[in-house]
Design a protein around this ligand. Structure first.
Ligand code: SF4
Length: 350
């Protein structure tokens, strides 16, 4: 039997290519970033979609392009305005990275987004995935675009079950992905893999029973057995579950709240740190000061806010130790709370 370097059988690869492209032809989603080849618009969609659902990205992608229609417009905008426009999407460092790319491309490449993967990869904040996504979705190059959905589908169909742990590491998966891109069909192929991985071959509940790739999928028998066993166990065992942490208690929520409040300040005037607490957290008290200081210092280090004066390098770790005591047992710490007087916070200036 002839095999590829990753031991995927050519006949199985061919069945995957045919089956998946046929599925995509019948099930493709009509998304606005699939109607453009503008590399800036593609990059924007990829960055927004990295940690946000398609339904939430759709209106925000359109609104963003109204506000910053070109790379040049984004590069020239004050960072505070960029963060305001991103507000609510979460993981705000993506907005900072996006603007850094825009400024770099305008400054170094005359506003023309590079075409080749290596140069795209060298842009600030652009990783393997995003570089290939732009090369494929903007310039229609036959390069693999490997996100978690794509990894899962390729592994299951061509290698076997990916649990309890994958049989290939990331480097091997990239090699496998590279081997299986159909010539001249890279664009559809990568879109198809992503759609299929997020709707049919999902991480926890793959729809093997209705899957068009079932006959050729190496993982299908193992997954069918595992799902059947799990169902039996569920019937026999009483449900035991831990209480979920509400989103409004997470650091991500408070980071978002802080940026929203700062974004609403006229002229990016900033807020006293001492006064910010009550706006960020409804039941804020003085014992929350170390937590607040740590939260803002982290945002400052991530480039999402400007803190005046900036936190000293040693200060965040000292505060974090204090916060750990506070967070774990809920008692008031006997460590001194930081003096917040005179500290002002704003969105980044520039
Ligand atoms: S048969 Fe199941 S595991 Fe295999 S590709 Fe289809 S959904 Fe995924």
């Amino acid at each position: 039997m002839t095999t590829t370097p990753t031991n995927a059988e050519p006949a199985r690869i061919a069945a995957l290519q045919d089956g998946l492209l046929a599925w995509y032809a019948a099930n493709r989603r009509d998304l606005p970033w699939r109607q453009t080849r503008d590399p800036y618009k593609i990059l924007l969609s990829e960055m927004m979609l990295q940690q946000t659902q398609v339904s939430r990205v759709l209106p925000r992608w359109l609104a963003w392009l109204e506000r910053f229609p070109t790379l040049e417009a984004l590069a020239a905008a004050p960072t505070a305005d960029v963060l305001r426009e991103w507000s609510g999407l979460g993981y705000n460092s993506r907005a900072i990275r996006l603007q850094a790319v825009a400024r770099h491309v305008v400054g170094e490449f005359g506003g023309q987004m590079p075409r080749d993967v290596a140069t795209l990869r060298s842009l600030p904040g652009i990783g393997d995935y995003t570089a290939r996504a732009v090369a494929c979705f903007a310039y229609e190059q036959d390069v693999p675009v490997l996100d978690t959905n794509v990894k899962r589908v390729l592994h299951r169909v061509l290698i076997g079950a990916d649990a309890p742990k994958p049989l290939l590491n990331d480097r091997q998966l990239w090699a496998l992905a590279d081997e299986v891109v159909p010539l001249g069909r890279g664009y559809d192929w990568n879109q198809a893999l992503m759609d299929f991985g997020s709707s049919i071959c999902t991480a926890r509940k793959p729809a093997c029973l209705i899957c068009p790739l079932r006959e050729s999928c190496l993982a299908a028998p193992t997954i069918a057995t595992a799902l059947a066993e799990q169902q039996g166990t569920r019937r026999r065992t009483a449900k035991v579950g831990g209480a979920a942490i509400p989103f409004t208690s997470t650091a991500r929520y408070f980071r978002g709240q802080t940026l929203r409040i700062l974004g609403a300040q006229p002229g990016n005037a900033g807020v006293d740190l001492a006064a910010l607490g009550a706006q960020v957290k409804a039941d804020y008290t003085l014992t929350d000061q170390p937590w607040l200081y740590d939260l803002i210092a982290t945002l400052h280090r991530d480039g999402l806010v400007t803190m005046h004066p900036a936190p000293a390098p040693a200060a965040p770790s000292a505060v974090r130790e204090q916060q750990a005591t506070y967070a774990t047992d809920g008692e008031t710490s006997d460590l001194p709370t930081p003096d917040l007087s005179g500290i002002r916070v704003s969105l980044p200036i520039g």
